[in-house]
Design a protein around this ligand. Structure first.
Ligand code: ARG
Length: 581
């Protein structure tokens, strides 16, 4: 990776130049303005105090030394200095064209690296609560989690995707009671979540007039926790049926998990967790309940066992962290869960630290903002209900269908259908992933489905456009049977738009690593959006396919490496491309 190559050379040069002092950490970064070159270095400013020299003077010294270094012209075309002491680099043409060959050669793997080799990261995402519809918060978790999964895998990590479903807890008593009295197996199998929701609603309605119901439900919960065979069987059935519904959504969104270890999986560990906490004097009794005191962290206590002896979400999460450390051998655990649970995770991480769990594991709450309706308030239907994900997805596909119809009415019906699905789902994902995850998002359908501007269809369209260009080129020069991109003479690429594209292409691997470092898929999105924008201005100002074969070949091959990069970038976001649309 180019930024690392530069850093290596600079570490050596700066070390040689200033042997008497300890060199502080400095960075090779992307300059704010492209006119300043491809990379900028702040080392002169960092050293100024220590060396008691002006940063400009130091910058000049370093620049001269780099220029004198053997082989530096292979990497750099131009090195300049700028106020107050930046050293700016322009990357050599040789490097830029070698990079094109590398992209063409690596194809699907272009941009990937071995950064995470030998390291395991567990990603906790989606995690809906059984018998309840998945809401838009779960949708965000699902989309962001899957994208992080893709990004980390691409960087060579061993990734374990774990769906920590809410499959345990008091709600099951109510549901089991309701099912035993009013349930219908067939109806549930047909539309699981819908029927279970109805049962739940009925339970609450009837318990308003019948005071005994809550108590009866508690008994069912107790029976379930005591592993009563009938209740266990019913519970398993309800979990299985709910998963059937969720899996439909996962399939549509192309989301996968390696493990589905719900809260119930940790049941056997819970009393051990609490006892261990008590023994270590980390946990203590407080008014009959058991809590972990977190004064030291300026946090309120973490309640891990209620007065009636019941364990909680908190207890399960401590067990889960332990499991991921010991059994899954995680080096890193990412919890992709809404902002609302920030306090829970602060307390969880503090408690784990006190208990000596995950001491050498990097644990991180990957928070994200809310989904807002057009009014800027919570996202809901006109009647005020929460929006069903199925409806949302259906709507996206329908709107995308209309947009495709307008754009390209001549396509066959089945092709239109396929495009509508790919575009609609791509739009939902991109709308989420292209923004910093901490911001609240809205569903602005016009913007999401626009073929111009920062949207999935725009990127997909750019990809399809390049694909059709390649077809045109092959046709014109009758190149069907041979690899049309081989032995291209990239020195023919002299237009400023071509150079801009090549300069942007070298930064793809970095964009991916940055996005993993910040757990922010938006950095990949931003990168490909910029690439597509550069490409489209190229397309609009330079004639790519012409009757000059060699130059056409060079331009089309450049286009091909752009399309590979767009495709790989989108695939990290979980978004598919289309050959035409
Ligand atoms: N089921 C929870 C909810 O819907 C999310 C679980 C997140 N994962 C975790 N390990 N706590 O709010």
């Amino acid at each position: 990776m180019i930024n690392k190559e530069i850093k290596e050379i600079l570490d050596k040069i700066v070390g040689d130049l200033y042997q008497d002092i300890k060199i502080p950490d400095f960075v090779v970064e992307w300059p704010k303005q492209k006119d300043f070159g491809d990379y900028a270095l702040n080392v002169a400013m960092v050293l100024a105090k220590e060396l008691k020299k002006s940063p400009m003077e130091i910058a000049r010294e370093i620049m001269e030394k780099i220029k004198a270094e053997k082989g530096s012209e292979d990497l750099f075309k131009n090195i300049t200095i700028a106020n107050p002491g930046f050293i700016n680099f322009e990357i050599s043409d040789k490097y830029l064209t070698e990079n094109l060959n590398r992209i063409l050669k690596r194809k699907c793997k272009s941009g990937s690296s071995e950064m995470g080799k030998g390291k395991t990261v567990v990603i906790d995402y989606s995690a809906p609560n059984i018998a309840k519809p998945m809401h838009v918060g779960h949708l965000r978790s699902t989309i962001i989690g899957q994208s992080l999964y893709n990004i980390y895998s691409f960087l060579g990590y061993k990734v374990i995707g774990d769906n920590h479903i809410g499959d345990w807890g008091t709600q099951f008593g109510k549901l089991i009671y309701a099912y035993k009295n009013w349930g219908d197996k067939k109806k549930i199998s047909k539309s699981p979540i819908e029927e279970m929701t109805k049962l739940y609603v009925r339970f609450h309605k009837e318990s308003e007039v019948n005071e005994n119901l809550e108590e009866l439900a508690r008994k069912e919960t107790k029976r379930l926790q005591d592993k009563n065979a009938e209740n266990i069987k019913l519970w398993k059935f309800l979990v299985k049926e709910s998963l059937k519904d969720y899996n439909k959504i996962y399939k549509t969104l192309n989301v996968k998990f390696d493990l589905v270890l719900g809260e119930s999986s940790y049941d056997d560990m819970l009393s051990g967790i609490v006892n261990n906490g008590l023994e270590k004097k980390i946990a203590s009794k407080s008014e009959g309940a058991i809590v972990i005191n977190l004064d030291k962290y300026n946090l309120s206590p973490f309640l891990i066992q209620k007065t009636d002896g019941a364990f909680l979400y908190t207890t399960t999460d401590i067990a889960t962290a332990k499991y991921r450390e010991e059994k899954l051998k995680a080096d890193k655990v990412l919890y992709v869960v809404a902002n609302e649970q920030a306090l829970h995770f602060q307390k969880l991480f503090a408690s784990s630290e006190l208990l000596g769990i995950c001491e050498n594991v990097e644990i991180d709450h990957i928070k994200f903002g809310m989904v807002l309706g057009e009014s800027g308030k919570k996202f809901s239907t006109r009647k005020g209900d929460t929006v069903r994900l199925n409806d949302l997805i259906r709507r996206a596909i329908e709107f995308a269908g209309k947009a495709v119809e307008e754009k390209n009415p001549k396509l066959s019906r089945s092709e239109k259908k396929k495009i509508a699905k790919t575009v609609g789902i791509g739009a939902i994902k991109y709308n989420d992933l292209s923004q910093n995850r901490l911001t609240d998002i809205t569903f602005d359908w016009d913007k999401m489905l626009s073929f111009e501007g920062n949207s999935a269809p725009y990127l997909q369209y750019t990809y399809a456009r390049i694909n059709s260009l390649i077809g045109k080129f092959k046709n014109l020069y009758k190149l069907d049977r041979i690899n049309p991109f081989e032995k291209t003479n990239f020195d023919l690429l002299k237009e400023k738009e071509e150079i801009s594209l090549m300069r942007h292409l070298i930064k793809f691997p970095e964009a991916i690593e940055n996005s993993a470092r910040e757990n922010g898929p938006h950095l990949v999105a931003l990168y490909i959006y910029e690439l597509a924008s550069l490409y489209n201005s190229y397309y609009n100002s330079v004639q790519i396919v012409s009757d000059e074969k060699q130059i056409t070949k060079a331009r089309v091959t450049l286009s091909k490496s752009v399309s590979i990069t767009i495709r790989n970038g989108l695939s990290l976001l979980g978004i598919d491309v289309l050959d035409r649309m």
